[in-house]
Design a protein around this ligand. Structure first.
Ligand SMILES: [Zn+2]
Length: 98
């Protein structure tokens, strides 16, 4: 019985004890971070702002603490997130009309 439990744990290699979503590389995590800002409406001072390398799994997770990710900060400063949000909302409207 105990051996089966160990096998199940080995299969779940890309999960983490923190229960956070695992990103294999910094680049993938950065893109996903920006995408999530486009997709979701985070309240001011809420939502993930940075990426860190996890000591437990060795991969990358989002965090709402610390300094804002440079790429995300740049996107926000240039108004690209707002622009993408509006573009997505517009696409949704068209989809619903059909
Ligand atoms: Zn982890």
């Amino acid at each position: 019985m105990h051996e089966i439990a160990f096998q199940i744990n080995n299969v779940l290699m890309t999960t983490c004890v923190t229960k956070k979503k695992v990103y294999q590389t910094m680049d993938v995590a950065e893109d996903a971070l920006i995408e999530s800002w486009i997709k979701f409406d985070y309240a001011p001072h809420h939502g993930p702002i940075a990426i860190y390398r996890c000591d437990d799994c060795g991969y990358y997770h989002f965090t709402s603490k610390g300094t804002m990710n440079e790429k995300l900060a740049k996107f926000q400063a240039e108004g690209k997130i707002k622009f993408q949000k509006q573009a997505n909302a517009w696409h949704d409207k068209i989809k619903k009309r059909k």
